[in-house]
Design a binder for this molecule. Sequence first.
Ligand code: ZN
Length: 250
Amino acid sequence: MRALVISDIHGNLHALEAVLAAAPAHDVVWNLGDVVGYGARPNEVVEVLRTLITVDVRGNHDRVSTGLTSSQGFNPVAAEAAAWTKQALTQSNLEWLKAMPKGPVAVEENVVCAHGSPLHEDHYIMSMRDAWVPLQRMELGSIAFFGHTHVQGNFSLLESDWEEEHPRFEEREAAVQQRMELRPGTRHLINPGSVGQPRDHDWRAAFALYDDADVSVTYHRVPYDVEAAQAAIRAAKLPERLAARLGTGR
Ligand code: ZN
């Protein structure tokens, strides 16, 4: 079974289409949330996801953009984008987003999908310090896919040996990939990166492919039409910062 793992699309249809076009053959799609918020194409992104065989987990932007929670705690740019998204969504797409389950959601034996952390949907796992407690609480040999930070990579624990890894790509423009074998008995927290608003200094759309037959994860980056995504944000009169940051991936 091969799963396409995507997260943090954030209403960026151009990036999502590039990911789906580049993705190797897969059986299911696991979507880790923040489908909308920031980007200018929330309805189109939801409509694409509704056609796929997905397991979905909601993100904080999905909650705020549908009115499930308030924008208190959001910075002004995020709050403005969430308010814009709420008025832009069709009733049907809004209902679909509202019904997304809270993570973690079990997708296979010893594999879960979460937005922030498997312990709390809004926690950020930025460093090994943040990863430590969730890793300790996981079963031996289990995997938790997570998003929320928009940074591709993994935190792993084998007995008392821990490791933080991020794929390193020399090539900065073309489509690239890096495969990682998951060692038996190791607990893994794995972030596929953000499809629609990467923040790891790489502008390309990020995703991962999980293969449970050879127990591997392959990290991918694919170029997409950033200028078209930026033009859509500007045309929607969303904050300029949201367009600008796509060009630099931060
Ligand atoms: Zn996000």
